[in-house]
Design a protein around this ligand. Structure first.
Ligand code: FAD
Ligand code: FMN
Length: 662
């Protein structure tokens, strides 16, 4: 039985432990595709944090790919080698094995970006000329205008000739050679998520009848030939890893049965390690950008199955946000290396803290997918990493509200050497996060409350519960700074106030009011900005959602939220067949039901026990500030109290203010 702390050998490369960081696009490169200071900082943070093996994000091998607007990396440009050499030198100082994932502009770019010419490189290429509409069905579901765009631009995939395929294989080989010259220990061919090599592996994208298409063996021809060309170009020493989707999570794609065959073929072709992933970004993104609705580690059965059929090391990945789970998977023989992507963005020191037994100090990824460059948890993490410095003028700080904003402000202030007290109106910490974690698939958000409250205890920060301080009481405490972190309130429009059958979003979650059985949900936006997650939650709890109605022109519009979360929730809504009314105008709510005008101005009546109103929230922060004027030399509003927004804004406000103090 192996342990996560055990070293492992890939080809001849010894890795110090089995914690891995998978390729994660950071969008932090310059217009030539070279890493910048931000890139160096965020990769080095992870290397310092104790991980054994890291793979640099998907890096293009197309030498022509550069110019204004580029944020990705490019190893096809030979002149970029010194910049990447600086990166590998930095990471190697921490005894971490570091590889580069190589990738090519192709159909995924085409469908993803709707761009035929991506920086002058044709991206409408693939093994076969297939139906783009179906190939990018996830996009069509999330962005209804996508289908019009396909038609308007007459988007088509160009089937490649054998000569063109060979030229592309040469690009992979020269990109790999550059990567090894830049000091990377290994190369990983990106052959998952719908990338170019995967479009050959999958029966849906590949309809060829020549040596590149047909049986699984023939669909592996492209990758086998590419591996051979790479081996020839990089020499015998460096390992070659292939990342591929062992379950494409679509009915007409590869499943584990075909993937076992692919794995065996790859092993025979000289591949040194398999990095098992899942999904196609333009059809099943929830396997790649995995939302909190999916259980942590829910894809581990894929590497587990593959491992039974090959003798080379196998990596596993997917929503694993606890090193103890990673350790268990290794001990159970489900994978040889566990990759943790977002978890190491959330807390780069996860492996180190695990090895030191400091589990309480680990921030666990929420799976929110709202911001993976700089985690919502910490405004100064990842791309924006900045060391916390001690205060030169410690202050006495009183904080009102023990939601996440108040707790984060207190934690960071105490770490900097300030004196802090929190006064909380209710009997517990967490504020709205306690409430939102009761929504479907969002239990994990409570990790944040657990982490923050544990840290407050460890730092001996007093939290005074059931205290709503008056002006005189605050003045008597004589603080230098008063921080208002009192949050926000749900609202309903004036004309619906006092109506017993109108329920706020908060009341619907807490069931603090009788909401009946048959429900109409108002507010079409996704997540907390509207009612989409409320619809899912209530329906999953067994309520009968009679209709989903709102004034918005489209359902599920979101600003934040990565593809996996959007796709999952949009598919759920489509499959539920709940009637949707867009551009509606609410007229009345009675004990009989809900009356509104639909988009064609026809009056609709829906029989229901209640209307759950999911609209905007309000804050009384300004009034509180005026009321408390004179109690402290500075009064600062943070989080929803300043303006109702989201977790990231609450956490950012808190740290930004406390860091701005001397
Ligand atoms: C249904 C729902 C789902 C959501 N989902 C998401 C999501 O998926 N992602 C996301 O980013 N955001 C989401 N949000 C928004 C997010 O929860 C908030 O933006 C965030 O929690 C705000 O934190 P806060 O600390 O500023 O305020 P709060 O969490 O509201 O905390 C305020 C605290 O102050 C206390 N308090 C109030 N008045 C006083 C007083 N006078 N004295 C002392 N204490 C007082 C309260 O009891 C509370 O504990 C959601 C919100 C809702 C309602
Ligand atoms: C922001 C983001 C960027 C990603 N970039 C890449 C990439 O460049 N190459 C790749 O193969 N996978 C990429 N992935 C997928 C991750 O490598 C990983 O498989 C996925 O995040 C699931 O693991 P996790 O839950 O531990 O984060 C990306 C995922 C996210 C969320």
């Amino acid at each position: 039985m192996s342990k996560i702390s055990d070293p492992i050998t890939i080809r001849d490369m010894e890795v110090k432990n089995r914690f891995g960081y998978p390729p994660m696009l950071s969008g932090s490169h310059d217009t030539e595709g070279r890493p910048t200071e931000k890139t160096f900082t965020q990769y080095e943070q992870k290397a310092k944090g104790g991980v054994g093996i890291m793979t640099y994000e998907a890096t293009m091998v197309d030498p022509w790919l550069k110019g204004p607007g580029m944020t990705g990396s490019n190893i096809g440009i030979t002149e970029n080698i010194p910049a990447f050499r600086k990166m590998t030198d930095l990471i190697h100082k921490h005894n971490v094995k570091f590889g580069m994932q190589i990738n090519k502009v192709a159909m995924i770019t085409y469908t993803f970006m709707g761009l035929v010419n991506y920086f002058g490189i044709p991206s409408n290429i693939g093994p076969s000329s297939i139906d783009v509409e179906h190939a990018s069905s996830a996009w069509a579901l999330m962005v209804p205008s996508w289908l019009d765009s396909i038609k308007k631009n007459n988007l088509k995939i160009k089937e490649l000739s054998i000569a063109e395929i060979e030229q592309i294989q040469d690009l992979y080989a020269s990109g790999a050679k550059n990567a090894i010259e830049a000091g990377f220990d290994f190369v990983t061919i990106h052959s998952g998520h719908g990338t170019f090599p995967q479009s050959f592996l999958t029966p849906y994208f590949n309809k060829r009848t020549d040596k590149y298409g047909g049986s699984v063996e023939k669909r592996c021809t492209f990758i086998k030939e590419t591996v051979a060309k790479i081996r020839e170009s990089i020499g015998a020493k460096a390992p070659i890893i292939v990342r591929f989707s062992a379950d494409e999570l679509v009915h007409d794609g590869n499943k584990i049965e075909q993937s076992i065959e692919i794995a065996k073929i790859l092993e025979k072709a000289g591949v040194d390690c398999l990095d098992i992933t899942q999904g196609i970004i333009i059809r099943s993104p929830y396997g790649i950008t995995i939302p909190s609705y999916c259980k942590p580690g829910c894809f581990i059965h894929l590497p587990e199955e593959i491992k039974k059929h090959v003798n080379i090391p196998v990596m596993g990945v997917g929503g694993i946000n606890d090193p103890r789970m990673a350790a268990e998977f290794i001990e159970q023989g489900k994978a040889d290396i566990i990759n943790m992507g977002r978890q190491l963005i959330c807390d780069a020191e996860t492996p180190k803290k695990y090895f030191e037994g400091r589990i309480d100090d680990i921030k666990h990824c929420l799976g929110c997918l709202q911001s993976c460059g700089t985690c919502v948890y910490d405004a100064y993490s990842g791309l924006n990493y900045q060391e916390l410095t001690p205060s030169t003028e410690p202050k006495k700080i009183v904080i009102l509200g023990a939601g996440i904003a108040g707790m984060e402000a207190a934690r960071v202030a105490k770490l900097r050497g300030h004196e802090v007290d929190i006064y909380e109106k209710s009997a517990k910490v967490g504020g709205l996060v306690e409430l939102l974690a009761k929504e479907f698939g969002k239990e994990r958000f409570m990790n944040m409350v657990t982490f923050l409250s544990t840290q407050l205890k460890k730092l001996n920060i007093p939290v005074h519960f059931n205290r709503e301080l008056t002006k005189d009481e605050i003045a008597a405490l004589n603080p230098d700074i008063l921080v208002l972190a009192t949050g926000s309130e749900a609202t309903i429009p004036v004309n619906l106030k006092g109506k017993p059958n109108v329920i706020t979003q908060d009341e619907s979650i807490l069931k603090s009011k009788d909401i009946g059985k048959d429900i109409v949900v108002w507010g079409l936006n996704a997540y907390w900005r509207g009612g989409l997650e409320s619809v899912v939650s209530l329906a999953e709890e067994g309520y009968n959602i009679k209709a989903f109605v709102g004034s918005e022109a489209e359902v599920g519009q979101v600003i934040a939220g990565n593809a996996g979360r959007r796709f999952w929730i949009s598919s759920w809504l489509r499959d539920s067949k709940i009637p949707i009314y867009t551009s509606a105008k609410l007229l009345d709510v009675t004990s009989e039901g809900v009356t509104f005008l639909d988009k064609d101005e026809n009056e609709q009546f829906i029989e229901a026990d209640s209307l759950v109103y999911c609209g905007s929230r309000i804050t009384n922060g300004k009034a509180l500030r005026e009321n408390f004027e004179g109690t402290a030399s500075e009064i600062k509003l943070i989080g929803d109290c300043r303006k109702p927004r989201d977790i990231q804004a609450a956490m950012t406000d808190a740290q930004k203010f406390i860091r701005s103090l001397k």
